[in-house]
Design a protein around this ligand. Structure first.
Ligand SMILES: Cc1cc2nc3c(=O)[nH]c(=O)nc-3n(C[C@H](O)[C@H](O)[C@H](O)COP(=O)(O)OP(=O)(O)OC[C@H]3O[C@@H](n4cnc5c(N)ncnc54)[C@H](O)[C@@H]3O)c2cc1C
Length: 393
């Protein structure tokens, strides 16, 4: 490589780093000004944060990881993870509005046809079309090959019938990447699975809104497809049998994202606990001066920062274009457990006040368990990690 090419590369990297810093600063300002003041009230009322959606559009979050050629911000997975973590330090739920949306976009960007990319990605990036991914069904979550939703070819169309459940953005979103079976008799079943881009319309309806322990304010829904007709050019990649692979590929970014949420929550609970421990006094001194509390704070801080390093490791590998299910699995497993453990330890530090809805900490305690379930449960992460260890050794 010529010397001037090295210089140009270095210049481009410096410009990119400067842009990433500006984006993270803008996120910090937005979180403090707009997200923190409404988090407790909106969560408790289970109110959808419409105004945050408009602000997210302006910030470009619906196109965060979409390439700049399609109008996105083109963030690396590393920077994207930092964005997610910073929001989750304060309130995890709003990240759900763009996280699964970006997994849908990632599936199109990686596996879509040129026409699909040209048509969808700019609309995803602005948030004109937004939604998420529809994989889970009432009878099948972990075991995705057991799904029952069928897409049957009829002329130039497919007709989709089935029910999806637990779908984030299922009510407020208008577009969903839906995993189906185009050949329900295929063996192994994943060979007969295909993913479609489905926009809301006749035959695609909301069955019901699901009420939840945490992750409130964000719509989770059961969705019903009844003779929903979609043209064949909405089949991602326009080749049948690729859906399972496309979904699994999208979940690598999804796992980095859930891990980043875990980092944010692990840090957020530490920040709340630390502030409280410095202020609350027992036996004549702040509880932060009691060694039993100090041990908790030390462990919480160590867990949060170890999780951040695992997320960075997974994001670096993702950004280098390599398979990263081992790294993303490790990050997701550790960071989600860190969020859960830190929220529990913070509850202990807050004592009786942890039980009060006047404090923020109880929200973290209700939100954290989801990190251990979404994008593949932590039991499954362990299986993925072990398989990869064996395969790569
Ligand atoms: C708030 C929320 C939002 C969600 N958003 C979405 C979304 O946007 N889109 C979407 O498609 N889905 C979504 N989901 C669904 C989520 O991905 C599933 O709940 C998750 O994959 C687990 O599936 P399941 O609930 O069917 O559990 P199951 O698969 O029934 O698992 C039950 C238990 O068995 C364990 N288990 C299963 N198989 C094995 C095995 N082989 N070995 C060891 N243990 C095993 C699991 O780890 C778990 O502990 C969401 C869920 C929630 C709660």
């Amino acid at each position: 490589m010529a010397a001037n090419e090295h210089l140009l590369d270095a210049q481009a990297a410096a410009e990119r780093a400067e842009l990433d810093t500006q984006i993270l600063d803008a996120i910090d300002r937005w979180v403090e000004k707009e997200v923190r003041p409404i988090a407790r009230e909106y969560d408790q009322a289970d109110r959808y944060p419409e105004e945050l959606v408009e602000q997210m559009k302006e910030l470009g979050l619906f196109g965060a990881t979409i390439g700049t050629e399609y109008g996105g911000l083109g963030l690396s997975a590393g920077t994207y993870a930092k964005v997610v973590a910073r929001i989750c330090e304060v309130w995890m739920a709003p990240t759900g509005i763009f996280n699964s949306h970006l997994i849908m976009a990632n599936c199109v960007e990686r596996a879509g046809t040129a026409d699909q990319k040209a048509h969808y990605l700019p609309r995803f990036a602005t948030g004109e079309l937004r939604g998420g991914i529809g994989l889970t069904e009432p009878n099948a979550g972990t075991d995705l090959q057991a799904i029952r939703t069928v897409a049957q070819r009829e002329g130039d169309d497919y007709v989709i019938n089935g029910t999806k459940t637990w779908i984030s953005n299922g009510i407020k979103g208008n577009c969903l990447a839906v995993l189906t079976k185009t050949d329900p008799t295929a063996e192994p079943p994943h060979r007969g699975m295909s993913m479609f881009l489905c926009e809301k319309g006749p035959g695609f309806t909301v069955g019901k809104k699901l009420e939840k322990l945490g992750y409130r304010s964000i719509d989770s829904a059961e969705l019903v497809f009844q003779d929903y007709r979609v043209s064949k050019d909405k089949l991602i990649g326009e080749v049948e049998g690729q859906g399972f692979k496309q979904a699994a590929g999208g979940l690598e970014l999804g796992r980095i994202n859930v891990a980043a949420r875990g980092v944010g929550m692990a840090r957020g609970t530490l920040a709340l606990a630390l502030a409280y421990a410095k202020e609350r006094k027992t036996f004549g001194k702040p509880i932060a001066k009691h060694q039993a509390i100090q041990l908790k704070l030390a462990d919480m801080s160590t867990r949060a920062e170890a999780a951040a390093l695992l997320v960075q490791d997974a994001a670096d590998r993702f950004d280098s274009g390599q398979r990263c299910d081992l790294e993303a699995g490790r990050a997701k497993l550790f960071a989600s457990e860190a969020a859960l453990e830190n929220s529990t330890e913070a509850m202990r530090i807050f004592g009786g006040y942890s039980y009060s809805t006047e404090y923020e900490i109880e929200r973290f305690y209700r939100d954290a368990p989801l990190m251990c379930i979404g994008e593949g449960t932590n039991e499954i992460q362990r299986i993925i990690i072990a398989k990869q260890l064996v395969e790569r050794s």
